[in-house]
Design a protein around this ligand. Structure first.
Ligand SMILES: [Zn+2]
Ligand SMILES: [Zn+2]
Length: 257
């Protein structure tokens, strides 16, 4: 059974699905689910009640739902993030960067965006800084996040352009046995070349661990492109995993999927 390792429920301010709904949908699609609700301590509605979350997760564990958290990495909040996660004790921590002050749409409005050729290198340097302050995460979420929003057409996520910064990130992940997420939101045919280049580079540096996640906030997105992501990883000799008690468990293909 494949796991969707990036799913938001109503515990996230921008999510609406109940755990009952998620587990019923997952059962219908023959998927496992790792709940990754938002912990963004720099955002006004960026947290949930740790003990309620842990309690709800425990109640649904027998239904194939594992408890994770998408931890918004902000260097100055690393200590608070860790304290919160110690309390909620998820199986899996997905570390993501949601706010970066110079990114056009990740930033407080009114700032002048950087030119694209400067933006990505600086953003990736910042991601490395976030990683260094959050070495306790299990997987690095949506490294291509600004490509969803930044208006830099033709200048998306690129190993060719940003090899220096990306290789420093991949090296850190490999040395700390942190997985690299394949976020399936942008994983379409149009972007396949970009993903092949980047994940191929990660593999050639010795990286193997990948978590697959739809980043679903609504029912129809649950498990979207999961099988394609799995096949893509296997073709590159990458190892899709999910986490139980912060330990990687290798995903296996199910023939009827
Ligand atoms: Zn995210
Ligand atoms: Zn997310």
């Amino acid at each position: 059974m494949l796991y969707d390792n990036h799913v938001h429920s109503a515990f996230s301010a921008d999510g609406s699905m109940s755990l009952e709904q998620i587990t019923a949908l997952a059962r219908g699609k023959h998927l496992g689910v790792v709940l990754t609700d938002h912990l963004d301590l720099d955002q006004p509605n960026g947290r949930f009640e740790a003990t309620d979350y842990a309690k709800a997760g425990a109640a649904f564990r027998s239904c194939g739902l594992l408890l994770g958290t998408e931890c918004g990495m902000v260097p100055s909040l690393a200590h608070e993030n860790r304290a919160f996660l110690n309390q909620s004790a998820p199986d899996f921590i997905l570390g993501s960067v949601h706010t970066y002050c110079e990114a056009p749409t990740l930033a407080p409005s009114g700032r002048t965006p950087l030119p694209p050729e400067l933006f990505w290198a600086r953003y990736l340097d910042y991601v490395l800084y976030c990683l260094k302050t959050h070495p306790f995460i299990d997987s690095l979420g949506h490294l291509d996040y600004p490509a969803r929003y930044a208006p830099y057409e033709g200048l998306c996520f690129s190993w060719t352009r940003d090899e220096k910064e990306l290789s420093a990130i991949y090296r850190f992940l490999i040395e700390h046995e942190i997985a690299l997420e394949l976020n399936l939101r942008r994983f379409t045919k149009d972007n396949l070349e970009e993903f092949t280049e980047n994940y191929g580079a990660y593999r050639s540096m010795g990286g193997r661990l990948v978590t697959l996640g739809s980043d679903a906030h609504r029912p129809e997105a649950l498990g979207e492109r999961l099988q394609e992501g799995f096949d893509f990883c296997r073709a590159l000799d990458l190892l899709p995993v999910h986490y139980e008690h912060h330990r990687p468990v290798v995903e296996e293909r199910e023939e009827h999927l």
